[in-house]
Design a protein around this ligand. Sequence first.
Ligand code: FHN
Length: 442
Amino acid sequence: MKNLIIALVFLSLGFSLKAQNYIPSASNLKQREWFSDARFGLFIHWGPFSIPGSGEWVMNDRKLTVHNYTNLQDFFNPIDFNAAAYVSMAKNAGMKYITLITRHHDGFSMWDTKYSDFNIMNTPYQKDIVKMMADECHKQGIQLYLYYSLLDWRREDYPHETGRTGQYSGRKGNGDYASYLQFMKNQLTELLTNYGKIGGVWFDGHWDQTQPEGSADRSSRIDWKYDEIYSLIHKLQPQCMIGNNHHLTPFAGEDFQMFERDLPGENTSGLSLQQASDKLPLETCETISNSWGYNLSDTSYKTKTQLIKMLVKASSLGANLLLNIGPMPSGKVQPEFQDRLAAVGEWLNIYGESIYSTKAGFIKPQPWGSITQKENKVYVHVLDPKNSSILVDKTPFKKITKAYLLKDKKPVKFLSKNGHTEIYTGFSTEEIDNVVVLEILN
Ligand code: FHN
């Protein structure tokens, strides 16, 4: 007994030492830098769950059993899918990476996997979507990140008996996490071996095993053994960034932190209880309508102005914006999404300098707007020019040598005194963002 206790203490110590000791490789650090500079990515929620037009949670929401849900496999035939067009659309929107759903909570694999029959090769379409996207991303020079659900509403070995969701699937008995973990490792090995360079893996579903949001107890009912999963990924592709949408402070081994429908530091969604990391790159993900997966009745599209302001605010907090589309079951991207993406791209063609490769502003977003910075330039984003001047407090630089509008280089008047800078605006309320560049001496 004594030996067993010593062994257990040793094992747990071993685990924590291993987890604490994660030292990102040089290529991983480089990838993190690339990611932070990228600022804008495309999230794609798409798969057989798109067919009913009720979002990606349809299996859970309509209480569908595994048996009935599996019928969708026979109908998924996205004849309008065109990887080249998807990647070009993202590039024209000014996006630098794509985060693709490879397997969502319904357990459908969008690639040719040996480890599950519920996959794209067993649909009438019979083409590996992850491969087509990966090839096209590599060809067009955009990076590919892979969304992978830790939660599975389908598999018997997923610990469904302790899960908060997926309780109408008709599964019997208890899960077997050792078996499920092996399955995930096998699939992740395929994804990180057969599809070229992968920028990162975006995990989701951890929260299925925690107490409901808002509860003080944030512990998980199962030990996910992240040290095993994360070290496998970093062994297969050291640069590959790991992020986990667990809504908690990042765990050891993670390379970026994400926020869902919230800017870092906000919690309007009720999900974002975590503090923003000051060490890891940050990302916030949002939808264009209200749904992630295709939803026939959701027409609440955000305007291009709202989307641009979101991108600006995320950048001014040092975070990327991962903006979602939920394509139609046919693979067609609805025009409402296409138009908005194109409009943000047009805006970035002019104002990209104030977004890409910038860091967070020296002050948090203000009622008038927010700030991004790069080298000797401060970009003052006047998003809401109510008054004829704006006051920027606590300016941490010695001197402003020049102030002008980014759009046309027209000089802007300012008064800088004792660490306070007043910028005289008279800005156009027609503009989404009047970007004033301050060239500074530190
Ligand atoms: O349940 C998922 C949801 O379907 C979607 O994928 C989002 C994206 O951030 N994440 C989960 C909810 O937290």
